[in-house]
Design a protein around this ligand. Structure first.
Ligand SMILES: *[C@@H]1O[C@H](CO)[C@@H](O)[C@H](O)[C@H]1NC(C)=O
Ligand SMILES: *[C@@H]1O[C@H](CO)[C@@H](O)[C@H](O)[C@H]1NC(C)=O
Ligand SMILES: *[C@@H]1O[C@H](CO)[C@@H](O)[C@H](O)[C@H]1NC(C)=O
Ligand SMILES: *[C@@H]1O[C@H](CO)[C@@H](O)[C@H](O)[C@H]1NC(C)=O
Ligand SMILES: *[C@@H]1O[C@H](CO)[C@@H](O)[C@H](O)[C@H]1NC(C)=O
Ligand SMILES: *[C@@H]1O[C@H](CO)[C@@H](O)[C@H](O)[C@H]1NC(C)=O
Ligand SMILES: *[C@@H]1O[C@H](CO)[C@@H](O)[C@H](O)[C@H]1NC(C)=O
Length: 926
């Protein structure tokens, strides 16, 4: 997660932003997104991915169960089948296999297939332009895909997608020996990494003596520095890190995966200059560090680790490589697999989710990060964590932060964070940029109240980027900039100021207010000393859901995330070349925390299966009573209770879906104690999330997620209120949503939620704990939520960009040989949609054909990089006829319309009114 100076929570999207973002997106989208014929997309064997993140010409092919051929048999057979239809196709494209997927027992049998154009000249025997070549190639490639989905030896075909590198926030980093933390444990009464008290991990270590011994935890990540003394110092049999492989190499490029040279082991060899490096080592340390230097351990210090490296030193990875890693980890016999990675989708149809789900169903516990899109509002849980049987992990903030201190002239101490691009911060005198807002924000052309040669300048966070603030202070002579937060009650957030020429650091609002008071109208400034050692201090946001943690539900209204781990401000290991230790924040840190806890559980109960374990952790988790389950799942894991409590309730969570699909649910209490147990069953409500505020932002989801103003709660009907369960017996009861209280008119579709609690009344040993089942639901029919905002989809003429298009006036598409088409269909999706199609209509508005089509689209956000989806149109339709399937047909000159159709959430695609439609102004094609 990157924090910027702008708080966008109350910002309606403005025309200027759209224009800017259109320009950025269209420029970036000039490389066309590959499109596929409608009937391939509709074929149940084809699982389309979202546009924007697919890699052209690469597919994951799953073989039919009955097919027993090898991958080369498959390739031979496919080539024959294609040649039979078109003997020349071999001249146009070449097919290679990038990964073979096979495992015993079988989880996923298939290949990753790459279909690439052959050399330019061979295609039509003449030199072609890139776009002509692309048309021919795309058509040929579509034929292959069509052949694949029609073949009886193929079960499913998925496009390969890009999975972004996980982002995390570096709160502090030990660059060299001098910066290593000095921890005042006596004062804090807690030891590093500060998180093992709040999760009962300390208790499990001490009272149960569990350390994860004998349990194998697989990690799919950026590699590991196993030379770190706290990770065993080596690789292979006899070492802590026993399994794994380097699947990516240092220079992995998703578009050219075979180019990077792979290492013999998953060692992270990246140098310090890579800003987002060391991720996998940090994750591994959270699970399994055994550190003598600072006397701390990971959650399960005696586990055996496996690391399958899927990220190079920079950039993204691809879904076919992650699937490769998942299968290797499964085959190596991992008991738990951790994926601190994913893309924000909200749909479980992505192939990494499909494979992770099957591995989880087979009994291996698969744990994945919920994602760091917390600032982007609801429906943003990442895949693969969104898959049904994968445990999706939210993050809560640690009890303590480990940061350096700044000491003011009056002796007050506050913690500070260096900006992500700053290594050291000078001591000296500090002055305020101005005495009051708005000038102290240092935005735009605001003038400093004084000149600052040689001084540190204090500015306030908000209203513009940190880069802008820093540039303003720099112009006035500042040597460094200290930013104080505009939000109360948070510790200092690290800030991002990529282009700053001077050091930048940040402090809390409380520190800023104290400094402002101290400075008064002092022009000579006051002295400040920035200590370099890190020290622990109580966190102002301890045990709260981290602001970056992604918010559910899925678009199919499953309750995600499922559980929370500690992911805000986590001290762990970094590669030795990067300082050996550091504090990072992200759901990437919370996920391995939970994976380590599950390893402790498995040491105690090796025979328990994955869904039972997930449920047990949910039953005994500690919810934060202020937060909706769509942010925290069942709450923060309580490992001792999950391991030692004998009774349980299943399922571990409930979703009441939307109003149209609301159903009665059944819960089952099983008593595994030796005595009869009597329970009292109750429920309590959390606050409801308001996805929209229609009076301010229409149906643009609110970023970040906020709670409804009205107290929107469900009235639950429980068929039992008191129950006695005999030893070894199970008693069922039903739960109904009898009614949901009204929301304000401008806050439709509230996402209500809460917990059903089952409290033991009789307790022979005084140890039985209360069990909790989180529930969520949406009030209203989600099919009624609009998907297209006002003005979208729209057509943009790139040759007349921002030229004033008069409503009703035709657009003009001139097809000029050898040049790119200039018309773009521009989408902005307020909500995800399972299907998005652009149809072409003739001048009488009769259907002619389809221009493009995609499935399982996530929603767009207010972030410029994810504001829009753009498709260019060259005046052709996709030929759906079987003979020439896959070709596009250029339309005759004439007048046409685009008709855009998006499938409403949870709606039946067979019914006409399940589709939201919109028709464009006429387009004159010539
Ligand atoms: C190391 O930490 C443990 C608890 O985590 C504590 O009991 C022990 O005293 C510590 N040892 C040293 C040398 O600090
Ligand atoms: C600032 O002063 C502290 C305390 O004396 C010292 O440790 C630190 O190195 C100084 N910082 C710089 C950049 O010189
Ligand atoms: C800064 O932003 C806040 C909230 O977005 C707003 O209330 C305030 O008026 C803005 N201040 C300036 C100087 O623009
Ligand atoms: C500084 O502030 C004091 C009161 O706080 C005021 O009397 C004085 O005039 C101010 N000086 C300047 C130069 O603004
Ligand atoms: C909600 O209902 C839809 C339609 O029946 C279904 O597809 C979906 O899986 C349901 N979601 C949950 C969480 O039960
Ligand atoms: C909200 O409603 C619930 C159920 O009616 C009630 O228990 C709770 O106290 C209410 N909360 C507030 C803040 O009014
Ligand atoms: C039954 O449940 C109520 C709360 O719903 C509780 O106050 C009462 O003590 C319970 N009765 C018995 C016999 O456990």
């Amino acid at each position: 997660m990157q924090l910027t100076g702008v708080k966008n929570n109350s910002k309606p999207w403005k025309l200027a932003l759209i224009a800017l973002s259109l320009l950025v997106t269209i420029t970036a989208a000039l490389e066309d997104v590959p499109t596929l014929p409608q009937d391939i997309l509709r074929d149940p064997k084809f699982r389309a991915a979202t546009t924007g993140n697919t890699i052209a010409g690469r597919y994951i092919v799953e073989f039919d169960e009955k097919y027993s051929g090898t991958s080369s048999d498959f390739l031979e057979r496919l080539t024959q089948d294609i040649n039979r239809d078109d003997p020349n196709i071999g001249n146009k494209l070449s097919m290679t296999i990038s990964h073979e997927y096979d495992s015993t027992p079988s989880i996923f049998h298939g290949v990753s297939l790459s279909i690439q154009p052959k050399k330019r000249k061979a295609v039509l025997g003449k030199v072609q332009t890139a776009s002509e070549e692309n048309v021919v190639f795309t058509a040929s490639q579509n034929r292959v895909v069509n052949k694949l989905v029609k073949s009886n030896y193929v079960k499913k075909v998925y496009p390969v997608t890009i999975i972004p590198r996980p982002e995390f926030t570096r709160t502090s980093l030990a660059y060299d020996e001098a910066l290593l933390p000095i921890i005042n444990s006596a004062a804090l009464e807690v030891s590093l990494p500060f998180s093992h008290e709040m999760t009962q991990v300390n208790r499990v270590h001490k009272e149960l003596g569990l350390t994860g011994k004998g349990v194998v935890v697989g990690i799919i990540d950026s590699g590991i520095d196993y030379t770190h003394p706290s990770l065993g110092g080596g690789f292979g049999p006899g070492f802590k890190v026993q399994f794994g492989a380097d699947l990516s190499g240092d220079f992995f490029d998703v578009n050219n995966p075979s180019k990077s040279k792979k290492g013999k082991t998953p060692l992270d060899t990246c140098s310090e200059k890579f800003h987002q490096g060391g991720h996998g080592t940090h994750v591994a340390g959270i699970i399994a560090a055994q550190d003598t230097r600072y006397n701390f351990t990971g959650v399960a210090p005696d586990v055996t680790l496996g690391m399958w490296r899927v990220f190079g030193c920079q950039g993204s990875t691809s879904s076919d490589l992650v699937i490769n890693a998942l299968i290797l980890a499964y085959e190596a016999g991992c008991d738990v697999i951790n994926l601190s990675l994913g893309g924000a989708t909200g749909w479980g149809e992505d192939p990494t989710a499909v494979v992770a789900n099957r591995i989880a169903k087979s009994g291996v516990v698969v744990v994945a990060a919920a994602g760091n899109a917390g600032s982007e509002g609801p429906f943003m849980v990442a895949s693969p964590s969104v898959a049904d049987n994968v445990i999706s992990v939210a993050s809560v903030d640690n009890d303590y932060v480990l940061l350096p201190n700044v000491i003011l002239e009056n002796g007050d101490k506050f913690d500070y964070s260096l900006s992500t691009s700053t290594k050291t911060f000078p001591n000296g005198t500090i002055v305020a940029y101005a005495d009051d807002e708005p000038e102290v924000l240092a935005c735009g052309d605001s003038k400093p109240s004084r000149s600052f040669t040689g001084q540190i300048v204090l500015v306030k966070r908000g209203n513009c980027t940190f880069d802008e603030k820093t540039a303003n202070a720099y112009k006035a002579g500042a040597t460094a900039v200290l930013v104080y937060d505009n939000e109360l009650n948070t510790s200092s957030h690290p800030v991002t100021a990529q282009n700053a020429r001077i050091p930048v650091a940040s402090v809390s609002n409380a520190a800023g207010v104290t400094l402002m008071g101290l400075l008064g109208n002092e022009t000579s400034g006051v002295g400040v000393v920035f200590e370099v050692e890190l020290s622990g201090s109580p966190s102002l946001s301890a045990r709260k859901i981290s602001s970056f943690s992604s918010v559910g539900t899925s678009f199919e209204l499953d309750l995600k995330p499922n559980l929370a781990g500690v992911g805000g401000s986590i001290f762990s290991l970094l590669p030795v070349t990067r300082g050996s230790y550091g504090v990072l924040s992200g759901t990437s840190m919370a996920s391995p925390y939970v994976a380590g806890a599950i390893a402790l559980y498995l040491q105690a109960h090796p025979a328990h299966n994955s869904s039972f374990i997930g449920q047990k952790f949910q039953n005994f988790a500690l919810p934060s009573f202020v937060d909706n389950p769509a942010k925290q799942g069942a709450g923060l894991i309580q490992v001792y209770d999950a391991i030692t409590q004998l009774s349980y309730v299943s399922p571990g969570q409930l979703s009441f879906n939307d109003t149209a699909h609301r159903e009665e649910k059944t819960l089952a209490i099983t008593n595994q104690e030796k005595e009869p147990m009597t329970y009292t069953i109750r429920h309590f409500s959390n606050r409801a999330i308001a996805p929209f505020n229609t009076s301010q932002h229409g149906y643009t989801p609110i970023q970040p997620a906020i709670y409804t103003k009205a107290n929107v709660t469900a009235d639950l009907g429980l068929s039992l209120k008191n129950v006695t369960v005999q030893p070894g017996e199970t008693v069922e009861f039903t739960v109904n949503v009898d009614s949901v209280s009204e929301s304000l008119d401008n806050e439709p579709f509230p996402m209500y939620g809460g917990f059903i609690t089952i409290d033991p009344v009789t307790d022979y040993y005084g140890e039985a704990k209360s069990m909790k089942i989180p529930y969520v639901g949406i009030s209203g029919n989600v099919a009624d939520i609009p998907i297209f905002p006002k003005g979208f989809p729209m057509i943009v003429d790139s040759s007349d960009f921002l030229g004033s298009h008069e409503p009703g006036k035709p657009y003009v598409l001139k097809r000029i040989p050898h040049s790119r088409p200039s018309l773009y269909a521009v989408f902005r999706l307020l909500m995800g949609t399972a299907h998005l199609t652009t149809e072409i209509l003739d001048e009488n508005q009769e259907f002619v054909g389809n221009a493009f089509s995609t499935s399982y689209m996530p929603r767009n956000t207010l972030n410029p990089g994810n504001f829009l989806v753009v498709n260019s149109w060259n005046g052709s339709i996709i030929d759906e006829q079987s003979e020439t399937l896959g070709e596009t047909i250029p339309l005759k000159n004439g007048t046409y319309y685009m008709r855009w159709k998006a499938l409403r959430l949870l709606a039946d695609p067979e019914l006409e009114d399940s589709w939201l439609t919109s028709i464009s102004d006429p387009i004159v094609v010539s």
